[in-house]
Design a protein around this ligand. Sequence first.
Ligand SMILES: [Zn+2]
Ligand SMILES: [Zn+2]
Length: 200
Amino acid sequence: MTTKNIPPDWAFEFHGHRCPFMPIGYRMGKLAMEYLKVEREQDHGFFVFPEIGEGHPQTCMVDGIQAATGATYGKVLMEKTFFGKLAATFHHPHKGAVRFSLKPEFMDAMGKFEFFVYRKKGVEPSQIPLPVVEEVIKWTYEQTDDFMFKIEAKPDFKFAPVKGSFNKAKCSLCGEYVFERYVRTKDGNPVCIPCSGYKR
Ligand SMILES: [Zn+2]
Ligand SMILES: [Zn+2]
């Protein structure tokens, strides 16, 4: 293997199927952490901005990024930019920011594997014969970091996370709790967004 950054079994379990893009994201995440000299995020201090959108393939990458970095969607450490690109910016408030993207040459070479013949026919990864899946995964493990990733320092990258608050109110209409930031007022009473009739 050319890379030491191979996902553990639990990452494949979390992801749900075997495919090449979760491992690519995992590797990207590990390399970005190494670049910025940060440890896997336990709490809320490391942010990732994947540039994927919706309605296009290969977004599996982002599950690998989450597995590697601990900067997860659930901890609100991840925000998609919807640029429709296979890239991500990694940001640590004290260590700086770096953007990783997949090189077109790598994507073109990878696109020649049989795995993508199945995918383009609409076959889901879990339904593709395992040797076909393993072939492309193994190939990615054998490629160099330099062939796969373009790496750009982002010294001017700025991001200010929203300040957290435990305060909440009970919606005067549905009776459910709503956190402070999202409380709206209707006829002088606190309401949640769905009850308010407002869009946000
Ligand atoms: Zn996948
Ligand atoms: Zn309500």
